[in-house]
Design a protein around this ligand. Structure first.
Ligand SMILES: [Zn+2]
Length: 378
């Protein structure tokens, strides 16, 4: 490897880096896995094959924040510290951690091959935690009886009797099992994804993509319910108008998710022209862009329902309704997230320890064979 004092370290071809670092159909623009923290941070401003991956999840943090804070300025909105917004803040934490961990994982993964493994374990962990942040928001804002803790009950005698029975059948699931199931599925996701870095390597992209279908279908059950049943808001109310935009955003959310999965699995466009998209335009950057667009549509969908709750003065409830949904508390939102994050951190520590025992000797050998520029320059 060439050493160049005072200059950025040279970028390498796929034949010059350890096999572990090679991405399919990406031939050039590699950083050798012996960068210092400073080299990694500076590489955000150099055209490497990770630069686009970093920026496509780092810049969206600001776009997301811009759209997120709008909620607190709405008419009837309580203060940002109010328990009503606890689920929304948990959703924010989930998305913020996902975007930051993903962008930093791409930036810092060339510190060593062990750090590279840890970076991506953290990445999978934050994706899993994000799914629970979404579920908490869905539970409190899109749940069949969301927001009712604040609102006087009314009954609608015209409500389809069959629909009310369906509601009753689902009440146990929504009230008792929904959030615990979301947490269990999130743990299944991180365990499966971390495992794909140590086994099932050949099918890793398919497994990582497919495994996140589980939390999608589970988390989205309140939305499916909403789409299949009558709106809880009266047709002429402003809440009905806001809530009815939810469906469009949900379809947009699904569309971007499908597109991101297609790019992640197919490795298009670099599969068609290996070497041509090494720096800009390869599939992982498109995957990042489409996942962010799916998150943005999800945020708009949640906001539409938050607005509907804030605007509602009455709701049309099915006859024989099941008990009202308790409002969010610190324990039922931040507490759930904290417990989940602690478990996720334990899983990451366990896999990192395993990765260190597998790749530690190789890392030490590489450090010996390829000393950093700083060591040689003095
Ligand atoms: Zn990524």
């Amino acid at each position: 490897m060439l050493l160049n004092c005072g200059q950025p370290l040279p970028l390498l071809r796929h034949t010059d880096v350890p096999p572990r670092v090679i991405e399919n159909f990406i031939l050039t623009g590699y950083r050798f896995p012996n960068y210092s923290l400073r080299d990694c941070l500076l590489s955000a401003f150099r055209p490497t094959n990770e630069t686009g991956n970093f920026w496509t999840h780092f810049l969206p943090v600001f776009v997301f924040f811009y759209h997120f804070v709008e909620v607190f300025g709405w008419e009837n909105a309580p203060h940002g510290n109010d328990p009503f917004f606890y689920p929304l803040w948990n959703y924010f934490i989930g998305v913020f951690c996902l975007l930051m961990a993903s962008s930093l994982a791409h930036l810092l993964n060339s510190m060593s091959i062990v750090v590279r493994e840890v970076c991506f374990f953290v990445d999978y962990g934050t994706i899993s935690a994000y799914t629970v942040g979404s579920s908490l928001a869905y539970y409190y804002y899109i749940h069949p009886r969301a927001g009712l803790g604040e609102i006087e009950e009314q009954t609608n005698p015209e409500m389809d009797q069959k629909a009310s029975y369906t509601t009753l059948d689902l009440s146990v699931f929504f009230n008792t099992l929904y959030i615990p199931s979301a947490c269990v599925v999130a743990l299944v996701c991180i365990l499966s994804c971390c495992n794909t870095r140590q086994r099932w390597r050949k099918y890793r992209y398919i497994i990582r993509t497919m495994v996140f279908l589980l939390p999608f279908f589970l988390s989205s059950t309140p939305i499916f319910y909403r789409l299949l049943t009558k709106s809880p808001y009266s047709d002429e109310s402003p809440s009905f108008a806001s809530s009815s935009t939810m469906a469009v955003y949900f379809y947009g959310h699904c569309f971007w998710l499908v597109l991101s999965a297609v790019f992640n699995i197919s490795k298009l466009p670099e599969r068609l022209a290996p070497g041509r998209f090494d720096i800009w335009g390869h599939s992982h950057q498109w995957f990042h862009c489409f996942t962010f667009l799916s998150i943005l549509d999800e945020l708009h969908m949640i906001k539409a329902e938050v607005k509907a709750i804030l605007l509602s003065t009455s709701m049309l409830l099915p006859p024989g309704s099941f008990p009202r949904l308790p409002g969010p508390t610190v324990t039922s939102t931040y507490g759930v997230m904290l417990l989940l994050q602690t478990t996720i951190v334990s899983v990451i520590v366990w896999f990192s320890w395993k990765a260190n025992s597998i790749f530690g000797p190789q890392r030490d050998q590489l450090a010996k064979d390829h000393p950093t520029k700083h060591a040689k320059c003095h």
